[in-house]
Ligand binder design. Structure first.
Ligand SMILES: C[S@@+](CC[C@H](N)C(=O)[O-])C[C@H]1O[C@@H](n2cnc3c(N)ncnc32)[C@H](O)[C@@H]1O
Length: 253
């Protein structure tokens, strides 16, 4: 289990925010540069960033959605791209049950789906919240309530959801892939160091299959086997594959 503490970048005005975050996440407050932890969540005047105390030469990681291409008809927002097609034309409500930094959940909300994003790591959820707040401030985009964020473990939260979502989306941690950019590698490596491998992903998929109204979609590397054999269908995207498990199929199985 990684040790984490909270700090601020030397500006005394940030102390109250650092104290509040420390209370919220139940983590100790430390002075930057005097930490005994593995990681430090540092509040700066611009953002919340995660620093690797064990390797200070690594630059800090923050969640930044401001470079997403959001021009009308950009690939990110197109309902013709594999992610949107995998979620389904008739789908209105989606639970992203492994929300992580929240990029996929945000893209789905921007495409018009009503998304509930669940993340169980409080540190990852705090980074994601900060990224989303800066994105909204920077772009002025109004998601009109289409993105709701929830902290907790989807295995226990999903069975209590009313009404059931049309689709559940899963993107569990998977082994590092060959052709990733250095930037993606750094963020994903830190995420992996923080949350570890999602060894309970098959259990989560089982729960999702019993709850989704229409389908469960699992994102996988394009060269990895399905999380559980025999999805109803698959769509291949750039370096990833979306395996789709239709409710009708497992009800009949
Ligand atoms: C690969 S990341 C997801 C990345 C995400 N799709 C994005 O666009 O940023 C996987 C995340 O799922 C979370 N996770 C795994 N199992 C979970 C569960 N049962 N409940 C909630 N979160 C879970 C992990 O903590 C991790 O942050």
């Amino acid at each position: 289990m990684a040790r984490i503490d909270i700090s601020f970048n030397g500006n005394q005005a940030l102390i109250p925010r650092a104290e509040e975050l420390a209370r919220e996440l139940n983590l100790p407050l430390a002075i930057t540069g005097e930490s005994n932890s593995d990681f430090q969540l540092v509040i700066t005047s611009e953002r919340l960033e995660l620093r690797d105390v064990r390797n200070p030469r690594l630059s800090p990681v923050c969640v930044d959605f401001t470079s997403l291409d959001l021009r009308p008809y950009s690939n990110n927002l197109s309902r013709r791209q594999p992610l949107a097609r995998a979620i389904g034309k008739k789908t209105r409500t989606v639970v992203d049950a492994t929300a992580g930094y929240g990029q996929d959940a945000l893209l789905l909300a921007l495409m018009g789906f009503h998304v509930t994003a669940i993340e169980r790591s409080p540190v990852v959820a705090a980074l994601s919240r900060d990224g989303l707040q800066r994105f909204i401030k920077h772009t002025g985009i109004n998601l009109s309530g289409r993105l709701q964020r929830v902290m907790g473990d989807s295995r226990s939260l999903l069975p209590a959801l009313v009404p059931r979502p049309d689709a559940i989306y899963l993107d569990p941690m998977f082994p590092p892939k060959r052709r990733k950019s250095a930037a993606v590698k750094k963020e994903m490596q830190l995420l992996r160091d923080l949350v570890g491998d999602d060894a309970d992903a098959v259990e989560l998929l089982d729960i999702c299959c019993a709850i989704a109204g229409d389908r469960v979609v699992v994102k996988r590397p394009d060269d990895a086997p399905p999380l559980v054999p025999e999805p109803s269908m698959s769509l291949t995207g750039k370096l990833v594959r979306y395996d789709i498990y239709l409710a009708q199929h497992w009800a009949d199985a």
